[in-house]
Design a protein around this ligand. Sequence first.
Ligand code: SF4
Length: 472
Amino acid sequence: MMNPFLLPLDREELLKRLSARGAPHGGMMPGTMKPPAAPPDPQAVWQSLRPTNNQTLVIYVHIPFCISRCSFCGFYRNRTDDAAIEEYVKRLLVEIDRVADEGAFTKKPVEVVYFGGGTPTALTADQLRRTVGRLHERFNIAPDCEFTIEGRLFAFDDDRVRACLESGVNRFSFGVQSFETELRRSLGRRLSREDTLARLARIKEICGDRIALVADLIYGLPGQTQEDWMERNVKTVHLESALDGVDLYSLKVFPGSPIAKRVQEEGNWSEEDRLARHAEASDYLAAQGWKQLSTTHWGRNALERNLYNTYAKIGVDMVPFGCGAGGFIGDWSIMQEGDLAKYIELVDAGLKPIGMVMQSPPARRDSIRFTRMTDLGYFDPTEIPETDFSPIIDNWTQAGVWTPMVGASVPLACGRAGRASLPVYRLTRLGEFYQAKLNSLLTGFHMAAHASALDKIKMATAGIAGKLKGQS
Ligand code: SF4
């Protein structure tokens, strides 16, 4: 039987394979995602959870309000409303106090705190002080904790900036998305290019080196030219912005989002064009001395560590707070109630406002072992010693998704420098672009190698079914 984990060497076929949604055996074994017979009781599970030994502890706080809906976004929930936000913040503080009173997560140092959303920068200066301050009072926030507030530059005034700075925030992550005024407006962003850059400079002026300034940028937006992506965005980051870090994303179109219709009507950049622009932008930042911290993330200096993004992908313990927050503790994933009214009801009823808990399938643990490497841009077969990867190693090298590095350093923040004899495989720009798919295939290969004869028959059947559906 043909090895389903081999990659086509023909370029067109290769891109078709790597860009296809899902893949036969891509990370999940048949049967591993079956829901349990009776759903577990979220409150009982929550009460039983304790920090995992030798695992980093992260706190995630969700602020589910936005000034307006951005056209590309699949996460919009509630429009900003002063009274509603104040009611929400009161419940958030109750939830923080209650978890702190329970005591299970208060002793271990918290190495990362992340306020995401939504738009945490929509909180007033006083609300920011109260929530950030309460976490510092009630939890053991480590001295070098990466403490991020995510949000938008619009309306994030000097008072709010100072409130964050004075209450213990050390990182801002802004969804800039583009520095092109017209494009920004088409996305639902209000500030012009000039105002965006001026605001970043002003925040840097207030905070100096005590806060890392980080932004997301998206390429492949409808109406964006490839030249403008490089000249008015990537180069702007280095030459004109006060940013310490940047994440460069290829546009993901969420079905039902306002931008989905535009993409359907106007078309989009080709796969080859996206790939070429990912490579060009990455090569440019590397040449300017920026450090690559993941396959998509770059830091200008040591201020930017990108810890939250890295930890979120590798499934460390993450205690969730707020409406719609997600977390993990050990093998359990926790999804907090996403409906604002129900969230408030649960908090007022004295409960941890959890909507659902789910025990992770073994495939998740396996997938995370690979993500630890591929998100940092490398693959080291010796980290998974129980599996022989030789049936795919050379084929993947020939396909161009990675290159062997013997006795050389892998130039990412992965600490794999200086190995003398065994090759570490460094993802190429092509491999970085398709990191998620490669991760899924590696996980699938590993699981297939350890599958029982019965599982192998099931997987073969799933593969044939996939082909019949035209997915392979
Ligand atoms: S991108 Fe952020 S600010 Fe815009 S709608 Fe989505 S969550 Fe809200």
